[in-house]
Design a binder for this molecule. Structure first.
Ligand SMILES: NC(=O)c1ccc[n+]([C@@H]2O[C@H](COP(=O)([O-])OP(=O)(O)OC[C@H]3O[C@@H](n4cnc5c(N)ncnc54)[C@H](O)[C@@H]3O)[C@@H](O)[C@H]2O)c1
Ligand SMILES: CC(=O)N[C@@H]1[C@@H](OP(=O)(O)OP(=O)(O)OC[C@H]2O[C@@H](n3ccc(=O)[nH]c3=O)[C@H](O)[C@@H]2O)O[C@H](CO)[C@@H](O)[C@@H]1O
Length: 455
C-alpha cells in the first residue's frame, strides 16, 4: 500500500480499518506505549528494539515498563489480538511497513551529542523501506537532524525523498508516568513534513490517535525546533528561579513567597528553584543548541551551569546547618530522600541525586539513600547504601526528589529519633509540614530556620 499522497481521511481510515502497518523503533518508556496506542487503534505494529530481552518480554506479553499506567492492559490486548510483534530486525520490519516511527534515544551533555543509536536505526530503515512509505522521527532532535538522514535513505534505497517516500518530524510530547494519556489526549501533536503528500496522511493518522489533534508546521526543521525550544525555555527558566533563590537567601526573603506573588499577574511565569534538573528532556535539549551554536547560546550555557550547581548548593546548606550544631559533615549520618530525577516516577537519568550524594561521600559523610521506587538492591547497584529504615541517630534528612510518599513522613516522630533534627529540603515540600518548626530547616531561596533551643 502506498501511504504517501493519501488524504487525511484515507489515511485515518486505513489505520482504523486495520489496513495500516506501522514500525516503531525503540520499545522503551516512550516507544512501547506509542506502539501499543497504534495497535489499539487497529494498526498491525512491528516493535523494533535492539535489546533481545525487551523483544522477548514484549512477545511474551510481559510489560518491561510496569510503572507506566495503562501499558500492561494494552500490551496484553495487542499480543492476544496479534497486533504487536516485537523484532530486532529493523530492516525486515521497515520492509513491511507503511509508517516507520523512530523513537530511539539521542543523548547530549557537556561532552557532546550522541547520535549513534538513531543513525543505526536510520541504517536499518534505509535497507528495508519500501516505495510509498513514510518515515517519522519522534525522538527530540537538534533542528536539521531529520533532513540530514535523507541522503542516506536515498542512496541505500534508490528512492527519492518526497516522491518515493515521505519523511517528517513529530516530537514526542510525553512525561513518564502518564505517557499513554499524553500520547492520546494531553497536547496537540506537532508535525513538520517534507511536503503535503507526507503531511496530509500523517495529520489523518495522528488525529485518529490523539484527541487534541495536530499542529502542522511549515517544515521538518520547525517541528524539531518546537520541542527543543520547549525544553530550553523550561531549563533556562528553572535556572532563573534558581538564581533568584540564591539572591533571595542574601536578601533574607522567601523566594517561594515572592514567586507565588509575582505569578499572580499574567506576564510572570517564574519556575521553581530546587536541588537541580534531571531527566531525558530538560537540560538535555539545551546541549543540542549549545553544541550546534556555541557562539550564540550564552544564556543557555549559564543556565546549564546554574542548574548543575544546585546539588552543590544543597550540600552547602547542609554544611551550614550542621555547623549550627557544631557537627562536622565528616562522619555525619545523612539520609538522602530520593534517587529519581523528579517526584512520582522511577527514573534516574541525569538525576541531581547522584552528584549530591557523591559530594557528601567526598566530604566523608555516612550517606544512606531512601527512594520508595527503588529496592535496596537497586540502590546498592548504584554503589549507594540503602536507608536502613531507622532514623535513630541520623544527623540530617536531605530531600532531593519531590516524591509524594515523602510528604507522608511524620516529622514529629522524626524529631524524637534524629540525633540532630536537620531537614535540608531541596524541593520545598516540608515548608509548612506539622512539626517542621522543631527542625533546623533550609531550602533553596529561604533563610535557614533554627529553633530557639539550638541558638
Ligand atoms: N523519557 C522521557 O521522559 C521522554 C519524554 C519526551 C520525549 N522523549 C524522547 O524519547 C526518546 C526515547 O526515550 P525513552 O525514555 O523511550 O528511552 P528508553 O531508554 O526508555 O528506551 C529506548 C529503547 O530504544 C532501544 N533502542 C536504542 N537504539 C535502538 C535502535 N537503533 N533500534 C531499535 N531500538 C533501539 C533501546 O534498547 C531501548 O529499549 C528520548 O531520547 C527523547 O528524545 C523522552
Ligand atoms: C511533553 C514533554 O516532553 N514533557 C517533558 C517532561 O519533562 P520532565 O519529565 O523532565 O519533567 P520536568 O517537570 O520538566 O522536570 C525536569 C527536572 O527539572 C526540575 N524542575 C522542574 C520544574 C521546576 O520548576 N523546577 C525544577 O527544578 C525537576 O525536579 C526535574 O529534575 O515534563 C515537563 C513538564 O513537567 C515538560 O516541560 C517536558 O517537555
Amino acid at each position: 500500500m502506498v501511504l504517501l499522497g493519501k488524504s487525511r481521511n484515507e489515511a485515518s481510515n486505513l489505520l482504523l480499518n486495520g489496513e495500516l502497518t506501522v514500525s516503531v523503533f525503540g520499545l522503551g518508556k516512550m516507544g512501547l506505549p506509542l506502539a501499543l496506542v497504534f495497535a489499539s487503534k487497529g494498526a498491525k505494529v512491528y516493535g523494533v528494539d535492539l535489546n533481545e530481552n525487551v523483544v522477548e518480554m514484549v512477545n511474551r506479553g510481559e510489560n518491561p515498563i510496569s510503572f507506566e499506567p495503562g501499558v500492561g492492559e494494552l500490551l496484553e490486548k495487542a499480543v492476544k489480538e496479534k497486533r504487536l510483534t516485537a523484532v530486532t530486525d529493523g530492516a525486515l520490519a521497515s520492509s513491511k511497513s507503511d509508517l516507520i516511527v523512530l523513537l530511539v534515544p539521542v543523548y547530549a551533555n557537556a561532552k557532546g551529542i550522541r547520535m549513534e543509536l538513531m543513525e543505526k536505526a536510520i541504517d536499518e530503515v534505509s535497507n528495508g523501506i519500501r516505495k510509498g512509505a513514510i518515515v517519522v522521527t519522534e525522538t527530540t532532535l537538534p533542528p536539521g537532524t531529520t533532513e540530514s538522514f535523507i541522503p542516506k535513505i536515498e542512496n541505500v534505497s534508490g528512492f527519492k525523498a518526497g516522491i518515493d517516500f515521505g519523511i517528517a518530524h513529530a516530537p514526542e510530547r510525553t512525561m513518564s508516568g502518564r505517557v499513554i494519556k499524553d500520547i492520546t489526549e494531553s497536547y496537540p501533536k506537532i508535525i513538520g513534513a517534507i511536503n503535503e503528500a507526507t503531511l496530509e496522511p500523517l495529520i489523518g493518522i495522528y488525529s485518529a490517535i490523539n484527541k487534541k489533534g495536530v499542529v502542522p508546521v511549515s517544515s521538518i526543521r520547525v517541528a524539531e525546533a518546537v520541542k527543543v525550544f520547549e525544553g530550553v525555555y523550561r531549563d533556562v527558566n528553572i535556572a532563573l528561579a534558581n538564581e533568584l533563590a540564591l539572591i533571595s537567601e542574601r536578601l533574607g526573603i522567601n523566594v517561594n513567597e515572592a514567586i507565588d506573588s509575582a505569578n499572580t499577574q499574567p506576564y510572570s511565569h517564574i519556575h521553581r528553584p530546587g536541588a537541580g534538573v534531571g531527566g531525558h528532556c530538560i537540560g538535555v535539549y539545551t546541549w543540542f543548541l549549545i553544541h550546534s551554536f556555541p557562539e550564540l547560546s550564552k544564556i543557555m550555557k549559564i543556565a546549564r551551569e546554574t542548574n548543575d550547581s544546585m546539588p552543590l548548593h544543597i550540600v552547602e546548606l547542609t554544611v551550614k546547618a550542621l555547623n549550627l550544631v557544631r557537627k562536622p559533615v565528616n562522619g555525619a549520618r545523612i539520609i538522602v530522600f530520593g534517587l529519581s530525577y523528579r517526584g512520582g516516577i522511577k527514573e534516574t537519568i541525569n538525576s541531581p541525586s547522584f552528584p549530591l550524594i557523591n559530594e557528601f561521600l567526598k566530604w566523608g559523610a555516612n550517606v544512606e539513600v531512601y527512594d520508595p521506587y527503588f529496592s535496596n538492591e537497586e540502590i546498592m547497584s548504584y554503589g549507594f547504601k540503602p536507608f536502613n529504615g531507622n532514623f535513630e541517630g541520623a544527623d540530617a534528612v536531605v530531600v532531593v526528589t519531590d516524591h509524594p510518599q515523602f510528604k507522608e513522613v511524620d516529622l514529629r516522630d522524626l524529631k524524637d529519633k534524629m540525633a540532630t533534627p536537620i531537614i535540608i529540603d531541596g524541593r520545598y515540600i516540608y515548608a509548612t509540614a506539622k512539626g517542621i518548626e522543631n527542625f533546623i530547616y533550609a531550602s533553596p531561596g529561604i533563610q535557614i530556620r533554627c529553633p530557639k533551643s539550638f541558638q
